[in-house]
Design a protein around this ligand. Structure first.
Ligand code: ZN
Length: 174
């Protein structure tokens, strides 16, 4: 287990389309454990493999930040098979530290995915958990939440990030 460095937007490695996980072996389990540790350390409610430089379809999440009630979940090779409703909410991202923006997401989704041993599951997610899942699955397709903001708000945010980077208040990883 290790704390992994998290890539920051606009690192081009966040733009890669990730490939499916095919081997559910010890190496994968080690990466999962490190990602969970990295997520809690950050702290964050979700982390996708490309955020730590691994271009594979794997994410971890835990909507409950309470250290006493930790229950990290692992989602591999996810596919959203149903989307319902639309709700706007504020999002942040460990790859865009200190910046937040409103994004519209489906209110309810059903996701088919594999667990750490390769077993297929289908689960329904609502509200915050649905938002986390959609945000993290986007990462697997090279999409960052900023891309889903309105053009105007996105431009403002990008300008703020550039300014912060220049001032040394935002760390670039590439
Ligand atoms: Zn993110």
């Amino acid at each position: 287990m290790a704390i992994l460095p998290i890539l920051h937007y606009p690192d081009p490695r966040l733009r890669r389309a990730c490939v499916a996980v095919e081997r559910f072996d010890g190496r994968l389990h080690e990466l999962i454990e490190s990602m969970v540790e990295t997520m809690y350390e950050a702290p964050g409610v979700g982390l996708a493999a490309p955020q730590v430089g691994e271009a594979i379809r794997l994410l971890v999440y835990d909507p409950n930040p309470d250290p006493e009630a930790r229950a990290a979940r692992v989602v591999i090779n996810p596919e959203i098979v149903l989307r319902e409703g639309s709700v706007v909410g504020e999002e942040g991202c460990l790859s865009v530290p200190q910046f937040y923006g409103d994004v519209a997401r489906a209110e309810r989704i059903v996701v088919r995915f594999q667990d750490r041993d390769g077993t297929v599951h289908e689960e329904e997610y609502l509200d915050l958990t649905a938002r986390i899942l959609q945000h993290e699955i986007d990462h697997l397709d090279g999409v960052v939440f900023i891309d889903r903001m309105s053009a105007l708000k996105r431009d403002i945010l990008k300008r703020k990030i550039r300014k912060a980077a220049k001032a040394g208040d935002y760390t670039l990883t590439a």
